[in-house]
Structures are given as structure tokens and as C-alpha cells.
Design a protein around this ligand. Sequence first.
Ligand SMILES: [Zn+2]
Length: 291
Amino acid sequence: MKTLKIGDVTVDRVQEWAGNLFDVASFWPGRSWDAIEGERGWLEPHFLLPTDKMKKGVLQASLHSFLIRTPKHNILVDTCVGNHKQRNSLPAWNMMNSDYLAKIAALGAKPEEIHYVMCTHLHFDHVGWNTKLENGRWVPTFPNARYIFAKTEYEHWLSDKDGHAMDGSFEDSVLPVVEAGRADLVKSDFAIDDTIWLEPTPGHTPGSVCINLSSGGGSAIFTGDAIHHPIQIAYPEWSTAFCSDAAGSEASRRKIINKICDTGTYLMAAHFMDPTIARVVRNKDRWKLKI
Ligand SMILES: [Zn+2]
């Protein structure tokens, strides 16, 4: 992804991993591959590989953070899987050892220069780099950052630490941050300032939030896993097997689509493949992405 400029803010992507991820039959049980083929005209090549290059029945995904730099703050949105973390549910992401921090350094940011880490939700692929292993202990990777967690989301997983898509992450990537005194548990409409603020979009998880950015007349919305793949722009009713509330997830997706459709607002999702930056436009009685 190229650096995105919005007013006096820049947004860069820090990619940890990309590859075949969403097995459609298990990720969206009961949904048909034919519906995906029906949208091939705009999905290909970025979001759907040519038929002879794709793994049958599987969609590709990216695993990345966004680094937002405003005149006042450096903000990291979602922190991927992290290194040295045991994640038994997904072999490709178990005990990762990636150059994620080197990628942040290559963008000209040091860990101590991150002011805020914001997690759209607390599934294991959004909190991993919150901590790193140091002398056998998990410590905050970004020592001077305030870590912003929606209180609703935090309290849900506090009482369900081993719930779906957690895989030990609450203990090794969330609690150590709280115990180090670096976490702020906030309301789901918390604002850092008039450039960056949260918006509640529950459904994928009980306390999922989106992050809004506004600067110089331009805008973007960081949607976390309210939308996993662009096919859900055409079919917002496609909630995943990983959504805690399918109807709520659909409602949040529709809210986002209606809010930004045919506006200049950039949609920045947590798992969209390159070029990642997109806008939502009408497509007859449905919607599609415009790169
Ligand atoms: Zn995710």
C-alpha cells in the first residue's frame, strides 16, 4: 500500500503476513461461491485471484496494522499476531517470527515514539504486537504508548478469556499491558481529538469499534473486522462463523456502508489485500469497491 495522505495526516500499512486464509465454506457457512464469481468483475485481480491462480474455495487476506501520523500523534491501529506467540488454532500464525518491528522502523518510527495503540477489538490477530517477549516476560512493545481498549470489549473478554479467536491472547497480549498501567479502558465513542475518534460497531465482537479519521476535509474509517473481505461490501448479510452476533455484525456493516457510500471517505479494513485503500460506491442494488 502506498502512503495515504489525508489533510495533514499520513497513513501507512505495516504488513505482518498475507496469503490464503478464508476458506469460504467454513468462514461463511451456507454461502455460495457462485455469489463471489458473480462479483468477479470488480473483485479481480486485487481481492480475487484469476481462476487458474487461486486455491479453490479460498480467499486471500492480509494481516496488517495501520500507522497513522497526525501533526500531534503517532497512532498504531491493530497489532496483528505478534512474535513467539503460541496460537494453536491457526498453524500459519503459530509462533510467528516476522520482521514487523523492522517494517515500522523502515517507516521512520521507533517503538518509543508511538503515542497510542488502538485495538478495534481484542481477537488474537489484532492485539499480538501489544507485547513482546523480554527475559521470559510479556512486556508492552510500545513503552510510552497509551493502549486504547473499548471498555465493553475488554470486560467481555475478561469474563471469557478462552473464547472464540482468543487462543491465549488475552493473557499474553492484553493483561500485561493493563498490569503495566499502559491501558485506557474507554467508552466506544472515545475521541483522542477532532482528528481521531472511535465509533461503536458491535457484532463481530461485543465491543468492536471503528476508528474515524478526519483532516483537511478528507476522511477515512478503520473498520477492523466489521468487514473481513470485500465480498461483504456486496453482501453485508455475510456475517462470519467468527462473529459473536451475526445480526449485529450485519447491522454494523450496513451502517458503515451507508455512511461512506459515494463519499470520499476511505475504507481501511484490517484484512484487505493490496492496495488495501478503497472507497465504497453503489453497484446497481448493491455496492462495490472503487480502488
Ligand atoms: Zn482479524
